[in-house]
Design a protein around this ligand. Structure first.
Ligand SMILES: [Zn+2]
Length: 379
């Protein structure tokens, strides 16, 4: 056990030492140096790995640990990128305080990458009963380009498809069985700018926003009146960005409103689009000669693993003390789920994902390792 502890700490120090702050979200260097390091580690185990270039300077990494029965496979997934490090003193040096290992990404989710590498090491020495597909993806923290690419260009061609996937995101050792999705909307109101002293020559593009906000308020109240999902609670929405006007003495000729809707499994796209139409309609009916345009900007689906998924019952058996949990945030698991691969989330206890005081529990990493090792051995 002591050796394993040292192995995890050593590996995690190496992983944290490499800055893999997301390129597009936080202007970091991205994932390439980290994927190269992991590739060297896998090379040392004589595991053949494959780099996937998903965009200029951005890579996924895949490796397969061959099992004694190659007709079956299990997918393990982790993301290589982290969020930014603003406000952190020494983000890339792993610091231990008792059971806590501090550093950017220690919890979300380089600790889990270390677990995946240790599993690779164990199962190259003791061939597993099925193939283990190790997937390290880029850009989870921003647009999930890595997982999108992995699903489209690789996962969909695997025959037969993996019987399940485990995403090692930090879940406090709970089993994540569902999470919310989100949709982003935008509305633009076009009026006509004019001198503030001559309002009769202008068309105010700001006042009609009031009708949009009123309508969104109504939608919000309706969502809170619905029966909540037992694990995920209510669907929600919030206005995120509002802008318009140019100068104090000018009638505003333009305004914008963007809002985000957090969605539950089972909500239909037409119902969601109806909320946009309602809001556009409310602005159209607002007195005045303004024009209004509404559109959907971006969408990610919610996800729930089927109740009878084999991967779920096997993980429950391997970790009987774990509760089933719903995650309020979106995860890459939805993309594998959408491609037909039953997916669950399971990872360590810790604190401070996306915060300045990020740490992961060493004991919990050991437990996640032992749990997943046993789950694989039981196949
Ligand atoms: Zn994460």
């Amino acid at each position: 056990m002591d050796n394993l502890e040292n192995a995890i700490i050593g590996l995690l120090s190496e992983l944290v030492r490499i800055n893999s702050v997301n390129m597009t979200l936080s202007h970091g260097p991205g994932e390439n140096e980290l994927s190269t390091l992991i590739r060297h580690r896998l090379d040392a185990l004589k595991l053949r790995s494959q780099i996937q270039t998903i965009a200029p300077d951005r890579n996924n990494l895949i490796a397969v640990v061959s099992g004694t029965n190659s007709a079956k496979s299990l997918l393990l997934n982790g993301h290589l990128d982290t969020v930014g490090v603003a406000g952190m003193d020494d983000p890339f040096r792993l610091r231990q305080e008792g059971d806590r290992l501090y550093g950017r990404g220690a919890y979300d989710m380089k600790g889990s990458l270390a677990v995946m590498l240790l599993l690779a090491e164990y199962f190259t020495r003791h061939p597993p009963p099925l193939d283990i597909l190790l997937t390290f993806v880029a850009d989870e923290e921003d647009k999930s380009l890595g997982m999108d690419y992995l699903v489209e260009k690789w996962l969909c061609d695997i025959s037969p498809p993996p019987l399940g996937a485990i995403f090692l995101e930090p879940t406090e050792e709970n089993i994540g069985v569902c999470h919310k999705g989100f949709t982003w909307y935008e509305m633009e109101i076009i009026g006509r700018a004019s001198h503030g002293s001559r309002p009769e020559e202008g068309i105010d593009a700001i006042l009609p926003l009031r009708s949009a906000l009123d309508e969104l308020n109504k939608v919000q109240a309706e969502l809170l009146n619905r029966t909540p999902d037992p694990l995920l609670g209510h669907a929600t929405l919030h206005s995120s960005i509002i802008a318009g006007g140019t100068e104090l003495s000018v009638i505003a000729g333009h305004s914008y409103l963007q809002w985000e809707r957090r969605t539950l499994p089972g909500e239909s796209r037409p119902d969601l689009d109806l909320e946009l139409q309602r809001t556009v309609c409310a602005v159209e009916n607002h007195p005045g000669k303004h024009e209004v345009k509404g559109r959907k900007l971006f969408q990610r689906p919610s996800y729930r693993v089927p109740d009878d998924a084999e991967i779920l019952s096997r993980l429950q058996k391997a970790s009987p003390q774990s509760s089933l949990a719903g995650l309020s945030f979106w995860t890459d698991a939805a993309l594998a789920g959408k491609a037909g691969i039953p997916s669950v989330l399971f990872g360590p206890i810790g604190h401070g994902a996306h915060a300045v005081d990020e740490w992961v529990s060493l004991n919990s990493l050991l437990k996640v390792y032992e749990t997943l090792k046993q789950l694989i051995l039981d196949f």
